[in-house]
Ligand binder design. Structure first.
Ligand code: ZN
Length: 328
């Protein structure tokens, strides 16, 4: 039998000492005061709510797009409050835009970001590819006792049937199981360590490309939604590539998008478009799959990153009230 070794070192959290104080007290008062549910917060530091809950610092090297934050950037997260879990639970699993909006709303409340120069950002500065990973980190902080959310798998080697937990960090009864996409080998030589971009010469100019922020993706999602409502066909190829050229921004106006779209349409060189499309297609960052060693034979077992019970199940307890009662 192969030994089961899990690398916990990289996923350790560092507690912010000053923020530990009175956390329990504020948690209790925050929950009993029943604050109203308000729209996503984008006003920097305090976010106006729940700021005194424990924040922990995220090790950027575990995030799918951790490499794309400039050196000195700090991302902190805290557990979700009862009200935030309630707001999330109203998610419409069949509506991709609603799922994304609800996740962003959760991030707007439970994440803080600080840049190397001391400036405070918002959830809009986070990379879009890190959304789901951070959501799971928050989930694991929120449900420390009863966090089971798992998929049934069968070991290809010994046919043992077991469950793989969804874990972005190691837990009491499960190792970390998330596996991120790795950087495409062909992109590596173009990586600019200062700007955290891929600098690729295409046509007669140098393109700087990197995974877009949540802020930029929100604007583009809204743009797609508006075109569909206005019964216009969204320019899909444009909408796929342009966000990667806006890597250093967290917003763009409607006129800004129009200008970019015009610039893009004028691109008379077909090769330039095809090269850009190829480069962006290689920039796949996010959670690739779940992986765990079979508890019987030690063989690695993989399963895809889909939610059998929908995205709304992320902030539900793994075992329901009734399952827990039945066990007693
Ligand atoms: Zn096995």
């Amino acid at each position: 039998m192969l030994p089961l070794i899990y690398n916990n070192k990289k996923t350790q959290y560092i507690m912010e000492e000053k923020e530990k104080k009175d956390a329990l007290e504020s948690f209790i008062s925050n929950t009993t005061k029943n604050p109203p549910i308000v729209p996503p917060v984008d006003e920097g530091q305090n976010g106006g709510y729940g700021d005194s809950l424990n924040y922990i610092t995220v090790d950027l090297s575990v995030l799918p797009a951790g490499l794309f934050y400039k050196p000195g950037t700090t991302i902190m997260i805290r557990a979700a409050s009862v009200n935030e879990v309630q707001a999330y639970s109203s998610i419409d699993d069949k509506n991709y835009l609603d799922v994304t909006e609800k996740m962003n709303e959760m991030l707007s409340r439970c994440v803080k970001i600080r840049f190397h120069n001391g400036m405070i950002g918002t959830y809009k500065d986070l990379k879009d590819s890190d959304r789901l990973y951070l959501i799971f980190m928050i989930r694991e902080l929120t449900f420390q006792k009863n966090s089971n959310l798992a998929k049934d798998v069968t070991c290809g080697e010994c046919k043992h049937e077991f469950k793989i937990q969804f874990r972005s960090t190691p837990g009491k009864d499960s190792p970390k199981t998330f596996v991120n996409y790795e950087m495409d080998k062909e992109l590596e030589p173009f990586f600019n360590k200062m700007d955290r971009t891929f600098d690729i010469p295409i046509g007669d100019r140098m393109y700087k490309l990197a995974p877009p922020t949540i802020g930029i993706q929100e604007v583009f999602f809204k743009n797609i939604k508006d075109s569909v409502q206005a019964e216009k066909t969204p320019n899909v190829s444009f909408l796929k590539i342009i966000p990667f050229t806006l890597w250093d921004r967290k917003t763009i106006t409607d006129d800004g998008i129009k200008a970019k779209e015009e610039e893009f349409k004028k691109m008379d060189d077909m090769d330039t478009f095809l090269d850009l499309d190829e480069a962006v297609s290689k920039m796949l960052f996010g959670i690739k799959e779940l992986k765990m060693s079979c508890p019987v034979c030690g063989e690695e077992v993989h399963t895809d990153m889909t939610f059998p019970k929908g995205a709304s199940s992320i902030f539900k307890r793994g075992t329901s009230l009734f399952e827990r009662r039945a066990k007693k």
